[in-house]
Design a binder for this molecule. Structure first.
Ligand code: THU
Length: 131
């Protein structure tokens, strides 16, 4: 799939976000090596700490579907700043994705002005139990 298609899928997923408390809608689209795409959105909760980010929703959905081989993720959100993934999501991505895994990041209002960064740059020195 082309980058633009992955960003569009993330933007579409962001519109499904349950963001009743922050009002900040995030969407993620995870590209598998075979071309399949799994999407996620943030899902908030009245008990704020139970909120799950869009990126983890996408990767957990893919893992639950039996997938393990991932090549890229697009992340799109409302707002004026670029929606870089939070630290928790970087660590979760690093559990399943290689260092060269590509992360495309864009504001919902300017999908064409995306940034791309690899996972190793987002999370140097990831926590691991073993090598
Ligand atoms: N959020 C994400 O979905 N992904 C991130 O990487 C950071 C934050 C969500 C969680 C919460 O619903 C809202 O953005 C505000 O923190």
């Amino acid at each position: 799939m082309k980058t633009e298609g992955l960003l569009e899928a993330a933007a579409k997923a962001s519109r499904k976000a349950y963001a009743s408390y922050s009002g900040y809608k995030v969407g993620a689209a995870l590209l598998c090596a075979d071309g399949d795409v799994f999407v996620g959105c943030n899902v908030e909760n009245a008990s704020y700490g139970l909120t799950v980010c869009a990126e983890r929703t996408a990767i957990f959905t893919a893992i639950a579907a039996g997938r393990r081989d991932f090549v890229a993720m697009a992340i799109v959100a409302d707002g004026d700043s670029m929606p870089y993934p939070c630290g928790a999501c970087r660590q979760v991505l690093s559990e399943f994705c290689r260092e060269e895994f590509s992360v495309y990041i864009a504001k919902a209002s300017e999908l064409e002005d995306y940034e791309v960064v690899c996972l190793a740059a987002l999370l140097p020195h990831q926590f691991k139990m073993t090598d």
